[in-house]
Design a protein around this ligand. Structure first.
Ligand code: NI
Length: 173
């Protein structure tokens, strides 16, 4: 497995609508493995393909948070939200492409998602709690949307300026 570089906002690749995956090849299974490894290493609970520069509809996640509970690495190709609850939920979100910045975002509390798994099989599941927030946040990435796009413009601009500064500092280091 190979750790991949995570792209930091602002970057045009994080604003793109990503392409459907026509077929799950060995190369794509390797990419999913690399992304999971990169996500655990970060550490984070979700990662979308555009965050590592691949503009395709693939996300990985593991939102198990109970101490000592077994990991549940998931790779979802072409994920699609097929139902959302009326009930909403607010979580403090962060993003591996926007390091150390957090903000409360309100989203549907439960969602049903359909996707193709690494074996090419269709799967469907209803997610709640942190999983629901995570899967919606990651699917947003596939449409060029970041969690800061839910914030007021002033707050979003402030965070973006911080990221520009961070990238400048990293480039100099
Ligand atoms: Ni993110």
């Amino acid at each position: 497995m190979t750790l991949r570089n995570i792209i930091i906002h602002p970057d045009p690749r994080l604003k793109k609508h990503c392409a459907q995956v026509p077929e799950i090849s060995a190369g794509l299974r390797k990419l999913a493995d690399d992304m999971l490894q990169t996500m655990y290493d970060a550490p984070g609970i979700g990662l979308a393909a555009p965050q590592v520069g691949e503009l395709i509809r693939l996300i990985v996640m593991d939102a198990v948070k109970e101490e000592g509970a077994a990991a549940r690495p998931m790779a979802l190709f072409n994920p699609e939200v097929t139902w959302v609850s009326e009930e909403m939920n607010t979580y403090e979100e962060g993003c591996l492409s926007i390091p150390e910045q957090f903000a409360e975002v309100e989203r549907p509390a439960e969602v049903r998602v359909r996707w193709t798994n690494v074996d090419g099989k269709q799967q469907q599941e209803q997610f709640g709690g942190l999983w629901a927030t995570c899967v919606q946040h990651e699917i947003d990435h596939l449409d060029g949307k970041l969690f800061i796009d839910y914030l007021k413009p002033l707050r979003r601009q402030m965070i973006t300026r911080r990221m520009v500064k961070l990238k400048r500092e990293r480039a100099r280091a």
